[in-house]
Structure formats: C-alpha cells, structure tokens
Design a protein around this ligand. Structure first.
Ligand code: DOR
Ligand code: ZN
Length: 344
C-alpha cells in the first residue's frame, strides 16, 4: 500500500507542559489529532476545577487560529483529593482523573502515597462517570524497575478493577505481556493505551552499545518479548487497546544529564511512527480502529469527522527543535528515517 486514509485520530495520553512550551506542543499535536487527553503533572499539579479551567484556556490560546483541536482535561489525584473536588471538576468538563503512585515518574512527588485511601474517590468517580487513568507501576526501591508494572497489577490493579466494576479505567502506556494479558482477561471497563516507543523499541534500544537518554521513558522499555506482545495485540485490532503517545518533552540538557529525565517527545512524528509499525505488522487495516475509534468509543465520545491521509514516503525526523524560549528539544527518533508521512 502506498497511502492510507483514516478518520481523524485522537491522542488519548500526552504531556503539553505549560508556558512557552505550549506554543511548540499544542500545534505539533493539533496538526493531525482532533482531541488529546492532557496529563495534569505540571508544577504545581492540576488538582482542582479552577486549575483545570485555567490550564485549558492556556492550551486553547496556543492553538493555531485555523484549527479546532480540543483538549480533554484531567485532574491529578492526591491523598488530599475530596469527593467535592471530583464533583466540581466534572462540572467544568474534566473527563478523567490521573493516578500517579508517588514518585513513579516526572512531577509525581505530590501524588498518591496510600492507594487504598483513595477508594472513596474512585467510588465518586464511578458515580459521576469520570474515567480513572492509571500510571501502573509500584515505586518501592527494592522492586526491580523492570518488574514494577507486573507488581502493580498483582498488588493494586487487580483489586481496583474488582472493587469498581462500573468505573472505566485506562491502564496507561502499558509495556509488558503481563499487562496485555491482564487487560484481555478483564471486563470491558478496562482498556489500555500504547505508545509508539513501546511498539517500536525494546530495552536494547536504551542500553545496548551505549545509553540512549532520548529513548528513556517511564515505564521503562522492556525486553523484546514484551515488545512483541504489544505488537501482536495491536495487530489483532482488539478494541481494548488504543493510541496514547505519552509525548513528553524535556529540554535537551535535562535528558542528556547524569540523572536524565524520563519522556520521549514524539508529537511531531507519532502518527507516522504508528503507521510505520502497523505497516511492518502487515496490519494497516487495523490502524484506524487503534488511532481513531477504540479510544473515542471507550471514553463514550463521538468519533471525529474528517480524515487524515498518510503516504508511504521516507523522511528524516529533525535532529532538534528550537523552542520558543530558545532552548532545544531532541525529538523522539531524531535524525532517523520514518517511512510514512502525513499529507495535508
Ligand atoms: O516517560 C514519562 N514521562 N513517563 C511519564 O509517566 C511522565 C512523563 C513526563 O511527564 O515527562
Ligand atoms: Zn504520560
């Protein structure tokens, strides 16, 4: 196949950041996605309705004038979140709340230390119809970083899913065969997002032949067998799995550091990389479901009007992007060839 048209897709998980950075990240996503679930891990995090409303406005202010991109807002859960916070956030249109175990990733220090204490909040979310988005990793120092997702499933997710059968839960950016199997075996109110990096790469791409900080994200890339499980399941077209880029920019000096930040900035090439992966899998007919249908259906939102077109054409992802503040971001797969290209 040399070109493909799909209904306009959405990105069900990304990080826009704030301030000047929005002038880079919002247009980069709005070039092909109609909507995006916007993560709330700012400093300070988005923990109440007021903050949601103001952040949404800042994002809309950064949207190109001829574009109708729509940010879908999320609330950051802490052990101080109240039922009232959920009700008020819902009233201003917040679609989901994000659970970060404290210390799991970038800007998560303020997050949830005791998960069981949040059960009344999950109950409220179930009642008002707000989705729960989970960063599914335990954070205990003694648990090996490659085992943290599985440990989270065994210790927490199994119990949450069983306790709240009517709560829609997205297991975010899954990275293991264990997660794939768990989602497949659970009821229809559990789904998962998958990033381009976890489909395309495994931990050799992070560590073999030198440390590659621009491939470092959390949850960390896993061994090839897990990557293969993710690839296999998206190629089946199963509706429980959908697109979430986890595009997460960090300035170059923060990534190329003795203690580098986690996150791959993929917004400028994500839809193209997903298309390349589905092509490699001989499953281009499953791309539209993954990118444009399954997420909207799971969230209970209408599918988009319009289409985007991609053509099979080589191009080189830029080595770097200069931000509005003059600093640099190295995009995901910088300097590498991508075999599909978005056409206007
Ligand atoms: O790699 C990641 N980067 N994983 C996350 O969960 C957070 C994100 C970020 O905010 O940088
Ligand atoms: Zn994320």
């Amino acid at each position: 196949m040399t070109h493909i048209k799909i209904q306009t897709p959405d990105d069900w998980h990304l990080h826009f950041r704030d301030g000047d950075m929005l002038n880079e990240t919002v247009p980069a996503t709005a070039r092909c996605f109609k909507r995006a679930i916007v993560m709330p891990n700012l400093v300070p995090p988005i923990t109440d309705a007021n903050m949601v409303v103001n952040y949404r406005k800042r994002i809309l202010d950064a949207r190109p004038s001829d574009n109708n991109f729509e940010p879908l807002m999320t609330l950051y859960l802490t052990n101080d979140t109240t039922r009232e916070d959920i009700i008020l956030a819902k009233e201003v249109g917040t679609v989901a709340a994000k659970l970060y175990p404290a210390g799991a990733t970038t800007h998560s220090d303020a997050a949830v230390k005791s998960l069981e204490d949040l059960y009344p909040i999950f109950e409220e979310m179930q009642e008002v119809g707000m989705l729960l988005l989970i960063h599914g990793e335990v954070t205990d120092n003694h648990i090996d970083i490659f085992d943290r997702e599985k440990e989270f499933i065994d210790r927490h997710l199994t119990k949450i899913v069983a306790s709240f059968p009517d709560l829609k839960i997205v297991f975010e950016h899954i990275t293991t065969k264990d997660a794939v199997d768990f989602v497949l075996a659970s009821n229809d109110n559990l789904a998962a997002t998958i990033t381009p990096q976890h489909l395309l790469l495994n931990r050799n791409d992070l560590l073999a032949g030198g440390i590659r900080p621009h491939n470092y994200c959390l949850p960390v890339l896993k061994r090839g067998t897990h990557q293969q499980a993710l690839r296999k399941v998206v190629a089946t077209g199963n509706k429980k799995f959908f697109l979430g880029t986890d595009s997460a920019p960090h300035e170059k000096h923060m990534k190329e550091s003795s203690c580098g930040c986690a996150g791959c900035y993929s917004a400028r090439s994500a839809i193209e990389i997903y298309t390349q992966v589905f092509d490699e899998l001989d499953a281009l007919d499953k791309l539209e479901g993954f990118a444009s249908h399954h997420g909207a259906d799971f969230y209970g939102l209408p599918r988009n009007n319009g289409v985007i077109k991609l053509v099979k054409e080589d191009w080189i992802i830029p080595e770097q992007i200069i931000l509005p503040n003059g600093n640099t971001v190295v995009p995901f797969l910088a300097g590498q060839k991508c075999t599909w290209k978005l056409k206007d």
